[in-house]
Write a new protein. Structure first.
Length: 318
C-alpha cells in the first residue's frame, strides 16, 4: 500500500511574502483588542446601571459572557505569542488582562494547547473529549445548555477540580493566586465606584452562565464531527458568522478555526485575510466550512448526523 501524503503545511499553500505578511505581530493591535473587550464589558455594566431592568440585565449578561469568552480567546492569542512581539509583554497581557480574570492559567493552557495542535483529533489530543460525544440528541444538547444557563455546569467544573485534590495546598495556591488577585482588583475597583454588586451580578453571573453556553458552542463548532485524519483542511472547522454571532457567540475571529490550525502563527485579526487567500488559491472545496453556528448545532444534534469518514463519536463523560 502506498504511503499517505504528508499533511498540508503553511509553506504548501502560501508564498514566502504572504507568510511574512501574515505572521507579522502588532502589539498595538493586540492591546487594542484587549481594550475593546474591556470597553464592551464596561459599557454593558454602564448600560445596566443607567437603565436597570430585566431586559438590560439579560443583554448585559450576554454581552459580558461573550467578552469573557473573548478574553479567553485573547489569552489563546497569547499562548501562540500573537498579542505582542515582546514575550514578556505578551505573557503579562495574556495573564493579567485576559486569563486570570476568567480563571485561566496561561502556562498550563499553553502546554495542553500545544498538544492539541500536535495531535488534533487523534487519541493523544487532550481536547478530544470536547468533540467526541457528538452527535447527540437535541434533548441531551438542550439539557446541557440548561445546565450551563443555571450555573450547574460551572459548579460541576469547580467540584471536579476540587475532587482531584488540586495537588495540595502549595499547588492550589500556585494555580489560583493569579485569578484571586486579578478578581480582587476587579472587585475593589467596582467597590470604589460604588457598585460592588456588579461583580456578582455582571461578572460572576455571566461567567457561570452565558460564558458556559458559548464555550460549549465553540467546542462543538471547532472539531465535532470533523475528520479524524491529519488533514488540517478537514479536521477543524471554520464557521461563517454575521454581526450578531460575532457579538454574542464568536468574538475576535474565533470562527476561523481551520485557518488558525493550518497557520498557527497568524494573529487572529488576519485570519479572515488568510481565509480569503486559501479560497482564492482554490482550496475552498477541500475546506470544512459551515454556513452558520445554527447549522453546526443542527448537525451535531441530529440523529441522522454521522461523523465524517474516519471520525468517531462517544458519550460525554460524567
Amino acid at each position: 500500500m502506498a504511503d499517505s501524503p504528508a499533511p498540508l503545511i503553511a509553506g504548501d499553500v502560501l508564498t514566502l511574502p504572504e507568510l511574512r505578511h501574515l505572521r507579522r505581530v502588532s502589539g498595538l493591535r493586540g492591546a487594542g483588542l484587549v481594550l475593546h473587550a474591556w470597553a464592551v464589558i464596561i459599557g454593558a455594566m454602564g448600560l445596566y446601571v443607567a437603565w436597570p431592568s430585566a431586559v438590560t440585565l439579560v443583554l448585559a449578561i450576554a454581552l459580558i459572557g461573550a467578552r469573557q469568552l473573548g478574553l479567553a480567546i485573547l489569552m489563546h492569542e497569547g499562548v501562540h505569542w500573537r498579542l505582542a512581539s515582546r514575550p514578556g509583554v505578551n505573557n503579562w497581557i495574556a495573564r493579567w488582562l485576559c486569563a486570570y480574570l476568567v480563571g485561566g492559567d496561561l502556562g498550563s493552557y499553553r502546554r495542553r494547547h500545544h498538544l492539541h495542535h500536535r495531535h488534533t483529533r487523534q487519541a493523544d489530543d487532550p481536547d478530544l473529549v470536547l468533540a467526541a460525544p457528538y452527535p447527540v440528541s437535541r434533548g441531551v444538547f438542550w439539557r446541557d445548555v440548561l445546565c450551563d444557563l443555571t450555573g450547574v455546569t460551572a459548579c460541576r467544573y469547580a467540584l471536579a477540580w476540587r475532587a482531584t485534590g488540586g495537588g495540595g495546598v502549595s499547588a492550589t495556591w500556585s494555580r489560583w493566586r493569579g485569578p484571586l488577585v486579578a478578581n480582587a482588583v476587579l472587585l475593589a475597583t467596582l467597590s470604589a465606584l460604588g457598585h460592588w454588586e456588579l461583580y456578582l451580578l455582571l461578572w460572576l453571573l455571566p461567567l457561570a452562565t452565558w460564558y458556559q453556553v458559548v464555550s460549549r458552542v465553540r467546542d462543538i463548532a471547532e472539531h465535532a464531527l470533523a475528520s479524524e485524519d491529519d488533514d488540517p483542511l478537514r479536521n477543524t472547522r471554520t464557521v461563517r458568522a454575521g454581526f450578531l454571532a460575532r457579538t454574542v457567540v464568536a468574538p475576535y475571529w474565533v470562527n476561523y478555526h481551520l485557518e488558525h490550525h493550518l497557520l498557527v502563527f497568524v494573529p487572529c485579526w488576519k485570519l479572515p485575510e488568510a481565509h480569503a487567500l486559501l479560497v482564492a488559491k482554490g482550496y475552498g472545496p477541500r475546506m470544512e466550512v459551515a454556513p452558520s453556528y445554527a447549522a453546526v448545532i443542527r448537525r451535531a444534534t441530529s440523529s441522522r448526523a454521522a461523523p465524517r469518514s474516519g471520525s468517531r463519536s462517544g458519550m460525554r463523560p460524567a
